[in-house]
Design a protein around this ligand. Structure first.
Ligand code: GLA
Length: 396
């Protein structure tokens, strides 16, 4: 056997070195591939907002992010700052988790987009009060005019901008309480409010509201989540299908205040009694659509007994179906007309016009100034109680 010379040795070691480098590179490559694969696997689950973005002290109170998870893997993120629903992950027709609620990754995002009320708990009075005043027991109460010439969603600092006390009972529910003091934002009576979010195993977010007062007052609580059933930032909601169990609606004037009339939807672009896409008639020449800059109207629900869905929406791409159940007499269908593209959601997408829609269960807007509308008065000794369920499934 020929002994290796210095040069063959040198060459052999060069070869060994090269083999090592190649195999190391291969190893590294496959490691990278594994990392890439695992990142890819991770990206199939949408981002949830980070806890740190919600850990703050506001008005001397601590804010946090709370996570809910049900037995089927659906997840929700909620903060006690303004009682916002931050994100909601439910499966689409392929079983892929999809975030269907528009939201930001920190409190600053919510502060910046405040006038859009993304995901917020709304109070003391949801929607508008004409010219910012109402009469109760013969006395006039004046509110802050934050949506000229009216008051919208509570006033200058509504329940969406206060810190609630929160306690998380278990993985699937969180309860928040807030004392709105007598005279806060101009409303009479110390109002003790309780809101519970529950993520149930049938992929529903159930929101239960309760309140008591020590003086006659008015109240109309709601949640202002924007939905995109194809997923946050996936584009327009105009191709979503919507059905509303409402044969009537309350037409509005040019400042979005109900005229007082309860008008039939039949023969108008407001007829969603049969499923129709949101965009099919939104650009029709119609005074009501003009007044709302699109759909931004209260629908008078035919039935409101919590056992029947009063609204059903379907994402055209995801097949995700949202059914809304409520005991409230009305629902504000808002087609995201004022979304401006100036805010960035947690997945980096912007809030372009009509890339989300709201279904805000409620008493009718401006009820305190319309004695014929169902009353929004709450008296000492009474308990305000209302429930809304947003249930998610997939199209069969
Ligand atoms: C409500 C109102 C709308 C609009 C949105 C927030 O739904 O009815 O007019 O103000 O809130 O942008």
């Amino acid at each position: 056997m020929q002994h290796p010379t210095k040069s063959t040795l040198k060459n052999t070691s060069k070869i060994i070195l090269a083999v090592c480098i190649i195999s190391l590179a291969a190893c590294n490559h496959s490691a990278k591939k594994t990392v890439a694969n695992s990142i890819m696997t991770d990206t199939t689950k949408p981002l949830l907002p980070s806890k740190t973005g919600f850990e703050k002290t506001i008005d001397g109170k601590k804010t946090h992010l709370y996570l809910l998870k049900n037995k089927n893997g659906a997840e929700a993120a909620i903060t006690n700052y303004g009682g916002h629903l931050l994100a909601l992950l439910v499966p689409d027709k392929n079983g892929k988790l999809t975030d269907v609620v528009l939201g930001f990754d920190d409190i600053d995002g919510y502060k910046k987009a405040m006038s859009s009320y993304y995901g917020a708990t709304i109070g003391r009075y949801g929607n508008r009060i004409a010219k910012g005043h109402f009469i109760l027991d013969g006395r006039r109460y004046d509110l802050f005019i934050n949506n000229k010439p009216n008051t919208l969603h509570g006033g200058s600092k509504g329940f969406n901008d206060v810190v609630w006390d929160a306690s998380q009972a278990n993985d699937q529910s969180i309860t928040m309480t807030y004392l709105s003091k007598d005279g806060e934002e101009g409303y009479p009576g110390n109002l003790n409010v309780k809101v519970t979010y529950e993520l149930t195993d049938d992929n529903s977010i159930k929101i239960s509201y309760e309140a008591t007062t020590d003086k006659n007052t008015i109240i109309n609580l709601t949640n202002h989540s924007y939905f995109n059933l194809n997923g946050v930032g996936s584009g327009t909601i105009l191709d979503h299908t919507l059905q509303l169990r409402a044969a009537n609606y309350t037409p509005i004037d040019s400042t979005s205040i109900p005229t007082g009339e309860i008008a039939p939807v039949a023969g108008t672009p407001f007829d969603f009694t049969q499923p129709a896409t949101i965009g099919s008639r939104i650009n029709n020449t119609d005074t009501q659509l003009k007044n709302g800059s699109g759909y931004d109207h209260n629908f008078v629900l035919d039935k409101h007994d919590i056992s029947t869905p009063i609204a059903t929406a379907t994402g055209d791409e995801s097949g995700i179906v949202l059914e809304v159940f409520t005991d409230e007499p009305g629902i504000q269908f808002y087609s995201g007309n004022f979304m401006s593209g100036t805010n960035t959601f947690l997945n980096g997408k912007t809030d372009d016009q009509r890339t989300g829609f709201c279904l805000e269960t409620q008493h009718f807007p401006d009820s305190p100034n319309h004695p014929k509308f169902p009353s929004t008065e709450l008296k000492p000794g009474e308990t305000y109680k209302t429930v809304t369920i947003y249930k998610f499934s997939v199209k069969k």
